[in-house]
Design a protein around this ligand. Structure first.
Ligand SMILES: NC(=O)c1ccc[n+]([C@@H]2O[C@H](COP(=O)([O-])OP(=O)(O)OC[C@H]3O[C@@H](n4cnc5c(N)ncnc54)[C@H](OP(=O)(O)O)[C@@H]3O)[C@@H](O)[C@H]2O)c1
Length: 254
């Protein structure tokens, strides 16, 4: 069982798939967070999340389209009102898109830009917006995901060495997740002096709308491993890319 014990966690894309799985997992912890901010684009259609929020007062639904700057700013104000001087402990940049189109034939500027907006620009700008609250929660002698951290949900498909052995021609998704790795690395170094940990996390190939029915793992198999991996992160984890199993994937060469 994960030793993760943030007082507050903010999860994007929490109405379905892995995001909803994270919400359920956090609520089931021996010491659940006091506040689980669960975002969705269309609260009126987020049936399961609404039910969870009605059953459990720890769940706070927040409307957020990650491409909308005004909604990001409003979310920060909403969270700050609740967490106050304690700040925010854990930001999980989970929302993402993968339109699965392959090859040049179907590729357009619009599709590339959409993937980069959702998978790269949005997690970076959301991190920037929440940084003051994360800094408030940080303690420079305790780098951990229970204290002050940003986890970018990453993908093995971001790794050139993995993709180039497979005939995988998903330009938009793979290159956007590759760019997210760079964002994780740079952001980790910039906010390290503040005591904020930043890392990438590949959740495995998981049966969700995105992963499809042939994926290797159920959500219930992936999430506890993801949270165990997050729980074990420390000062040396910042700027790294982890698999859900805890393996660290290198992306650099001297
Ligand atoms: N499943 C896998 O095998 C796998 C593998 C590696 C990495 N990942 C990563 O894991 C994360 C979650 O994936 P998943 O499998 O749970 O996918 P999913 O089932 O397709 O869910 C995606 C989530 O992202 C949200 N989202 C998409 N665009 C958004 C936007 N503009 N604003 C706010 N929310 C938005 C969706 O909300 P709506 O319902 O409103 O669309 C939904 O909640 C993604 O970052 C994905 O790249 C997944």
């Amino acid at each position: 069982m994960s030793k993760l014990s943030p007082k507050s966690v903010f999860i994007t894309g929490a109405n379905r798939g892995l995001g909803l799985g994270f919400v359920k997992h956090f609520l089931g912890l021996a010491k659940p967070p006091t506040y689980v901010f669960a975002t969705c684009r269309q609260p009126d259609q987020a049936t399961e999340l609404t039910r969870l929020a009605k059953e459990n007062g720890r769940v706070r639904m927040v409307k957020l389209d990650v491409r909308e700057d005004e909604e990001i700013a409003a979310a920060v104000v909403e969270v700050e009102k609740v967490v106050g001087d304690d700040g925010l402990n854990l930001l999980l940049n989970n929302a993402g898109v993968n339109h699965q189109e392959r090859g040049l034939e179907s590729l357009t500027r619009e599709k590339m830009n959409y993937h980069f907006d959702c998978n790269v620009t949005a997690p970076l700008l959301i991190s920037k917006a929440f940084l003051p609250l994360l800094r408030r929660a940080a303690n420079k002698t305790d780098f951990s995901c229970s204290r002050a951290a940003i986890i970018n949900v990453a993908s093995k498909l971001s790794l050139i060495s993995y993709v180039n052995k497979r005939n995988d021609f998903r330009y938009s998704y793979n290159s956007s997740k590759c760019a997210l790795n760079m964002v994780t690395d740079i952001l980790a170094r910039e906010v390290f002096p503040d005591g904020v940990l930043v890392a990438g996390l590949h959740p495995g190939w998981v049966k969700t709308d995105m992963g499809g029915p042939n994926a290797m793992l159920n959500i219930e198999e992936s999430i506890p491993k993801c949270t165990d991996t997050i729980a074990a992160m420390n000062k040396d984890s910042s700027g790294l890319l982890y698999s859900y199993t805890g393996t660290i994937w290198q992306w650099s060469a001297e």
